[in-house]
Write a protein that binds this ligand. Structure first.
Ligand SMILES: [Zn+2]
Length: 436
């Protein structure tokens, strides 16, 4: 007997097929078997009442730090996968700034094996651009590409050398992979604590100007044109960068970019609390920058929402502001932040939100099995969520599945809770609880 799950009467929001309406979806074993009205699952089907809930393709994250190998006191592939599932994700791209760095095929395989063992989320390890993230000596991009690595980045660091970046983009073209840049000029950001502007002066904290991002964005756009290599710019944070991207995209569709939920929701002014959970890299920018990012996401200049999930141990963040490492967790709050900050106020339609959080990032990573469409024969990678459910981040009612607690949204009330997450027909989250 095949195992059957019938999602009955949910609002199916599927960007890949542009479907947005109430329907039944039947899952049989690992795949979607039927979509439509009055679908019957047979006597052995588990029936899930989807009334008032949204059924969408499982979310896809282009940018998560799962910390293993090397930093298992912050997060592991297993706990990070659990956090991903809890947040509605069925696929995440794991950043390579681990210890050892994911700069060769052996570490790629190690991360994949850990993810397979956890079995909660598909994990796609990114490869480093340079060995040990040294910024100078290129990794064997071809070797890692052969094992299926699709995205290469030195994230956490920015590739400073124009020569190295040019070479990386040339290899990216040869092997049909993507170079993902954390755009930040080191010479302009020495000792930075927050965004450089009115509030850095007020709070007496060393600032990092938006220009530190923009000069690298401008350079890399020029190098992408020069080489024909595929460039992705991650966690774009400022209006200046958005304007450069907009101008470049008008010439052709080759470059893509993402933005984090925290840059879409929070600003430098919020740092008057000196809350170390709000110290992130790149820093939270001005209200004007946030507005520009929102419009760019709505208009498609920014292609995707990526969490930059950056878990830290409690003692890491319980230091003086200037000592605390940058980063916020994100996998468990991203959906609710986007729903609360963008969808509820009418800035972004629900189907476009799912495009930016699932279908778009799946397309960028070349993941055929994720991001929809929700159609018969497709792998059943799905999320069912309650867009109206309100909850307090970090509250006792909904403890984090991540090992870390450093959420920039701690204490805030958000709207939108994941009810079920399904990976190839198996529940990874059921009634809001991870199944393993
Ligand atoms: Zn980064």
């Amino acid at each position: 007997m095949p195992s059957r799950v019938l999602f009955r009467g949910a609002r199916v929001v599927d960007p890949a097929s542009r479907r947005d309406g109430v329907a039944d979806v039947l899952v049989e074993d690992e795949a979607i078997a039927a979509v439509g009205m009055d679908v019957t699952g047979g006597s052995n089907a588990v029936v899930v009442d989807g009334g008032g809930l949204v059924l969408a393709p499982g979310l896809v994250d282009l940018h998560a730090h799962l910390r293993e190998p090397g930093y298992e006191h912050k997060e592991t592939v297993e706990t990070g996968s659990r956090a991903a599932a809890a947040g509605g994700y069925t696929a995440v791209c794991a950043m390579p700034n681990t210890d050892p760095v994911t700069d060769n095929a052996a570490v790629v395989m190690e991360v994949r094996n850990l993810a397979d063992k956890a079995g909660l989320c598909d994990v796609f390890p990114a490869g480093a651009i340079t060995r040990g993230l040294d910024g100078e000596s290129l990794t064997d991009i071809g070797e890692m590409a052969e094992t299926g690595v699709r995205l290469f980045t030195d994230d956490g660091k920015c590739v400073q050398s124009s020569r190295v970046m040019r070479l990386a983009l040339e290899y990216a073209k040869a092997f049909d992979v993507i170079v993902c840049q954390h755009a930040q000029d080191e010479a302009l950001t020495e000792g930075w604590q927050m965004h450089e502007g009115f509030y850095s002066a007020l709070l007496g904290l060393t600032g990092a100007p938006s220009a530190a991002e923009a000069v690298v964005v401008a350079r890399d756009l020029a190098l992408a044109r020069l080489t024909g290599g595929r460039l992705h710019l991650t966690h774009i944070s400022s209006d200046e960068s958005v304007q450069l991207l907009e101008r470049d995209k008008a010439r052709g569709p080759r470059v893509t970019a993402d933005v984090t939920p925290h840059h879409l929701a929070l600003i430098d002014e919020d740092l008057i609390s000196y809350d170390t959970n709000l110290k992130v890299n790149p820093p939270l920018r001005s209200a004007e920058d946030r507005q520009s990012l929102r419009l760019a996401l709505t208009g498609g200049v920014l292609d995707a929402v990526a969490t930059d999930h950056a878990p830290h141990a409690v003692e890491d963040k319980e230091q003086e502001f200037d000592q605390a490492p940058p980063g916020t967790t994100g996998l468990e709050t991203s959906l609710a932040v986007i729903l609360t900050e963008l969808v509820e106020p009418g800035l972004l339609s629900l189907i476009d939100a799912m495009e930016r959080m699932s279908t778009g990032p799946a397309r960028i990573l070349g993941l055929d099995d994720h991001g929809g469409p929700i159609e018969p024969g497709r792998p059943a990678n799905l999320v069912l969520f309650d867009p109206a459910a309100r909850w307090i981040v970090g509250g006792t009612e909904h403890p984090f599945a991540s090992m870390a607690r450093n959420s920039a949204f701690t204490g805030r009330t958000l709207g939108g809770r994941v009810v079920h997450t399904m990976l190839r027909g198996t529940f990874t989250v059921r009634e809001g609880e991870p199944t393993r």
